[in-house]
Design a protein around this ligand. Structure first.
Ligand SMILES: Cc1ncc(C[n+]2csc(CCOP(=O)(O)OP(=O)(O)O)c2C)c(N)n1
Ligand SMILES: [Mg+2]
Length: 323
């Protein structure tokens, strides 16, 4: 990868990290009133996958999707505004942290129902195939999603029709507060699609280059009609399941694991590589990202909240029945 390519990935990861730290502050101060599931520690997955996509390709996510939204080009200000319930939010302030959307950037939706966007991504891929479009649909989801029945139905359909869809299983080892060993017999997250005839691999989810190479192979298969791919990206969330704390307060024995994964920080890893390559001081770019995040948050704060009489607008579909 070129130095410029690596710099671009580092910047994208750092922007997510700083935005998430700002959200953590908003949660702690009570300014953010919706539940927020932070992505800190997993940035290399969103950035690595989105680096392999084109603008028209679409992504879908779940409850922990700030990183997917930002990596695919979603606006920082519209995300902060959404979390703060402002009209200028990407879902007009009606959805909050778990309902991020930006059609113009190919972010067709994030939904907190675990597994819900897996069939939606398959449906989008089916539409691309039927219309003869060369787009790719990507579904991001956690290791807990593998336990949802609709996921396996979707995998079978995607394989059978050789659909241009990529399944990104972000295995952060926990679903809420349950380690995968309490939920499964085998560590076979990297082979979940094999039974359905889907090409599967595991990538180091804390290595942005490894993730983008695996995603690049999957995109290649999708665009040439070779059908779906499944990539398990093994990683770790630093913060608690929801909110800003580190989970050490809820009786989950993550202390040893957390310190081990802090040493595998995906952002610091790229910084080390850039230093080895002799890329000049990152301090200036880092300060510019800090400013970008702070300014976006300030603009979001200035946005109006919906009037009480209008809060249900754009929440339910309008009836289109003629009579
Ligand atoms: C269908 C459904 N069941 C249960 C929940 C409650 N729930 C929200 S997040 C979550 C855990 C998800 O774990 P995982 O898929 O590993 O994602 P992570 O939080 O680790 O990113 C659960 C059980 C839900 N939102 N939807
Ligand atoms: Mg998980």
């Amino acid at each position: 990868m070129t130095n410029d390519g690596l710099m671009a990935r580092w910047e994208a990861m750092l922007r997510i990290r700083r935005a998430e730290e700002a959200v953590a502050g908003m949660v702690e101060s009570g300014e953010a009133r919706c539940p927020c599931h932070l992505y800190i520690g997993q940035e290399a997955v969103a950035v690595g996958v989105c680096a392999a996509l084109q603008g028209e390709d679409t992504v879908w996510g779940g409850h922990r999707s700030h990183g997917h939204y930002l990596a695919k080009g979603g606006s920082l200000e519209a995300m902060f505004a959404e979390i703060l319930g402002r009209e200028s939010g990407c879902s007009s302030g009606r959805g909050g942290s778990m309902h991020l959307v930006s059609e113009e950037n190919g972010i067709l939706g994030t939904v907190p129902i675990v597994g819900a966007t897996v069939p939606l991504a398959v449906g989008a891929a089916m539409a691309y195939k039927m219309r003869g479009e060369r787009h790719v649909a990507v579904s991001f989801f956690g290791d807990g999603t593998i336990e949802e029945g609709s996921v396996h139905e979707s995998l079978n359909l995607a394989a059978l029709y050789r659909l241009p869809v990529i399944f990104i299983c972000e295995n952060n080892l926990y679903a809420s507060h349950m380690h995968w060993r309490e939920r499964r017999v085998w560590d076979n997250f990297d082979r979940a699609g094999v039974f359905h005839g889907i090409s599967c691999e595991r990538a180091d989810g804390n290595d942005v280059s490894a993730v983008s190479e695996a995603a690049g192979r999957a995109v290649g298969r999708a665009r040439t009609g070779d059908g779906p791919s499944w990539i398990e990206c093994r990683t770790f969330r630093w913060r608690g399941h929801v909110g800003a704390s580190f989970d050490l307060d809820v009786g989950v024995k993550r202390r040893g694991e957390l310190s081990e994964w802090l040493n595998r920080d995906p952002v610091a890893r790229v910084e080390r590589e850039l230093a080895v390559r002799g890329v000049a001081d990152l301090g200036e770019r880092s300060a510019a990202i800090d400013r970008e995040v702070a300014e976006a948050l300030e603009r979001a704060r200035r946005g109006a909240t919906p009037a009480g009489s209008r809060v249900l607008e754009a929440v339910y579909a309008e009836a289109r029945c003629a009579h």
